[in-house]
Design a protein around this ligand. Structure first.
Ligand SMILES: NC(=O)c1ccc[n+]([C@@H]2O[C@H](COP(=O)([O-])OP(=O)(O)OC[C@H]3O[C@@H](n4cnc5c(N)ncnc54)[C@H](O)[C@@H]3O)[C@@H](O)[C@H]2O)c1
Length: 715
């Protein structure tokens, strides 16, 4: 007797067992199945289903303990069957048996290309009464398979990414129901998929089940007509389903749960409630997008490949490595060509942007970089590409052009009919400027990250061992000597803590000895430096005794006032009002200094720029051509300068707060070194090493140890 025209395919559990572990449910259950009990449970399920539908049987084969889970053999709609391509090799031999049975019914069989994985109805469920298919990916089936499902079944396929290994198939956590309803366990999906489900099914047409029901396989329910058959349904859930006029039948399937399956897994639907027959459907285009990418460099030892692959999956995409050439020696680079796919173009573009940040090049895009005109002064077109600190090439007019003035958080502007490309700040855009948009035709060259461990070794421990700080400062002094001897450019970014900690005298000494070519700072460092020179205090603290002096809190204002009266710091030095210190040395040595103010500033001093845009431009000009930037205990100014510094410039960040150092120095490259220590002690130590005789041999040895490894792996 049947109350629906449903027809199901099932396979007796004659060889059912847990013999391997391919899902978390199987763990600890090897050999625990009591087959006679499983058979009784299966027979009971068949009885319930036979009362309501036609049950057809496939004969099991020995050696395939999971073959009773018929849902995973493929997906059938009308006279078309798409066999599974199991990700797990243990279940591959089941498929031909089911496929032959189907073929014998005169049904056409179409294969998905074998570079995909697809686990049949386990991951593909039609919405009853709607010609749409919900398809799972991320654990077993691949996203790429959904493109072929769209093509074969000529209906929209909604890709849902599974993120919990316990709910490894869509049919363990998602039950499409008649009247455009659903029963779903949301925690099994990523956020995008959850949003998609919630967008599609308004609350009155959606039942979200809790952990308790989900873990007892309530969603692995098989529906025949208006009857839902499952291993377990709580009373509360049953009431909700009955309110939807569904008959709920539960039957114990605990033996099958030992292997991670229940009612739905044991049945393949031979009939679906389609609206438009397959033969009358029009072709539908799949939104799934993919691109071919190339990554080169120290992919393995730097962890770059892991990060790139994680970026794809985290963005809801999937990837397939098409070629991998490993660098076999420590000095060889690797090459990886992969195809990244995402559920739609927007998601793919987000993936590509992230991958470009890791140095990937979109190979398929020997396509031109796309460009759009800036709609107004200071406004970029919506899809603008936002820059990183790394050298960037743009493909225009059939050739790659390197962007000029590289910095992060800028846009790329194409000049002179594609003759050149420059990084430009949003505020400097002119209406009509040709702005690079999207992700195609852009190649970002990230540097090697393999040896950041040296730079961060003593930071990651939290507290720096004194000897290690000493060693790093000693090496730094050698590098600085080298820069000075070749006439290079060293820029110091410093905050007032330098003065408060007694480091001012050492910084002044460095300036006097020609180690500093530019000083970038705020209003406070010059203020307290001059206060110290005039009154012997820094923020009212006597720097010799380390104690506050009466009325000392006024001294910095008095210092500012005297400079304002003189007209400028330079004039005050000329007039003999300032006789030593950091600013004195800058003026006397003609060292460029840029003071950019902030909302906290007193005064300000006459040289302090209170126009931030002007200040940013002045800082950008000062760091041009810098070989090294020494960032000393100023979070505000250091981050500001860091953002405008292209990669390739050596950065040394000194701060007492490890979080600040990590933020500043974490540019994913060997070129930055973070030092967590008191800046006064640091400058004292640095001055000590700088005063030692130059030791070029030692320097060369240090440089040789750090030499970049750039040889590509042999073909
Ligand atoms: N009177 C004034 O005009 C006045 C006074 C203070 C600050 N300001 C202005 O405020 C802005 C930000 O000032 P800022 O740079 O001092 O603040 P900031 O918060 O940006 O940076 C201070 C940094 O120093 C670190 N630090 C603290 N003690 C340290 C130590 N002993 N050794 C090493 N690092 C240490 C902190 O962890 C922090 O990261 C600037 O523009 C400055 O000119 C003005």
């Amino acid at each position: 007797m049947t109350n629906s025209n449903a027809s199901l395919l099932m396979c007796p559990p004659a060889y059912f067992d847990v013999q391997y572990v391919i899902n978390p449910w199987m763990e600890g259950n090897i050999g625990k199945v009591v087959r006679s009990r499983a058979r009784k449970q299966w027979d009971a399920l068949v009885r319930i289903l036979s009362d309501r539908s036609e049950v057809r049987i496939v004969d099991p084969i020995a050696g395939q303990p999971d073959m009773c889970f018929a849902a995973n053999a493929g997906l059938k709609l009308e006279n078309l069957f798409v066999p599974s391509l199991f990700r797990v090799p243990q279940r591959v031999p089941e498929v031909p048996v089911y496929t032959e049975w189907i073929r014998a019914q005169g049904i056409e069989v179409r294969d998905i290309p074998d570079d995909c994985t697809f686990e049949g109805e386990g991951d593909a469920l039609f919405q009853p009464g709607r010609d749409i298919l919900w398809a799972g990916y991320g654990v077993r089936s691949s996203l790429a398979s959904h493109k072929f499902l769209t093509e074969f079944f000529r209906c929209p396929v909604y890709s849902l990414r599974l993120v919990d290994e316990r709910f490894y198939h869509l049919d363990t956590c998602f039950v499409p129901l008649p009247q455009d309803r659903v029963m779903v366990y949301p925690a099994a999906f990523d956020r995008r998929s959850r949003d998609l489900i919630r967008e599609h099914f308004e609350p009155s047409r959606r039942i979200e089940v809790g952990d308790g029901d989900a873990q007892r396989f309530c969603c692995n329910a098989v529906r025949v007509g208006n009857t839902l058959v499952a291993n377990h349904v709580s009373d509360a859930l049953r009431r909700k389903l009955e309110d939807w006029d569904l008959e709920v039948v539960t039957t114990d399937l605990s033996e099958f749960i030992l292997a991670g399956g229940a009612a739905k897994c044991l049945c393949m639907l031979l009939d679906q409630d389609a609206v438009v027959p397959l033969s009358e459907r029009k072709a539908v285009e799949s939104p799934i997008s993919s691109e071919r990418l190339e990554l080169t460099g120290h992919l393995l030892d730097s962890g770059l490949l892991n990060r790139a692959m994680d970026a794809v999956t985290a963005a809801g995409g999937s990837f397939r490595v098409e070629q991998f050439r490993a660098g076999l020696r420590h000095d060889q680079t690797s090459l990886c060509r992969l195809r990244a796919s995402a559920p739609d173009r927007g998601a793919l573009n987000r993936v590509l942007k992230e991958l470009q940040g890791h140095g990937a090049v979109v190979v398929a895009s020997t396509k031109e970089a796309s460009r759009q005109a800036a709609p107004a002064d200071g406004v970029a077109p919506e899809g603008f590409y936002s820059t990183t600190i790394y050298p960037t090439d743009v493909y225009i007019g059939g050739r790659w052009i390197r962007a000029e003035k590289q910095r992060m958080d800028a846009v790329l502007v194409i000049d002179g009919g594609a003759g050149s490309v420059r990084c430009e700040l949003l505020r400097n855009l002119r209406a009509g400027d040709a702005v690079v948009c999207g992700v195609e035709g852009i190649a970002v060259h990230t540097p090697e990250t393999a040896r950041t461990e040296e730079a961060f070794a003593f930071m990651s421990a939290g507290v720096s061992s004194e000897r290690r700080v000493e060693r790093v400062v000693e090496e730094l002094a050698l590098e600085m000597k080298r820069i000075r001897s070749r006439g290079g450019r060293l820029v110091v970014v410093a905050g007032p803590v330098v003065i408060h900690t007694g480091g001012g005298q050492y910084l002044a000494e460095m300036i006097r000895n020609g180690y500093v070519q530019a000083l970038l700072t705020g209003n406070a460092l010059p203020t307290h430096d001059i206060e110290l020179n005039m009154f012997g205090t820094s923020l009212g603290v006597d720097m010799k005794r380390g104690t506050g002096v009466p009325l000392g809190h006024q001294y910095h204002l008095r210092a500012i006032n005297r400079i304002r009266a003189a007209g400028s710091i330079a004039a005050a030095v000329e007039q003999g009002l300032v006789t030593g210190g950091v600013m004195y040395e800058c003026i006397r040595r003609g060292v460029e200094f840029v003071a950019v103010g902030s909302i906290r500033d007193d005064g300000p001093l006459p040289e302090t720029m209170m126009d931030l845009c002007r200040g940013q431009a002045a800082c950008a000009g000062a760091i041009e051509g810098a070989d090294m930037i020494l960032m000393l205990s100023s979070m505000l100014h250091s981050i500001g300068v860091g953002n405008m510094t292209p990669s390739g410039v050596r950065l040394i960040c000194v701060d007492i707060n490890p979080a600040v150092v990590t933020k500043l120095a974490d540019r994913g490259s060997v070129e930055s070194t973070g030092i967590v220590t008191d800046v006064g002690l640091f400058l004292n130590l640095l001055a000590h090493y700088l005063s030692e005789d130059a030791d070029d041999e030692k320097y060369e040895a240090a440089v040789a140890a750090k030499r970049l490894r750039t040889q590509p792996a042999p073909e």
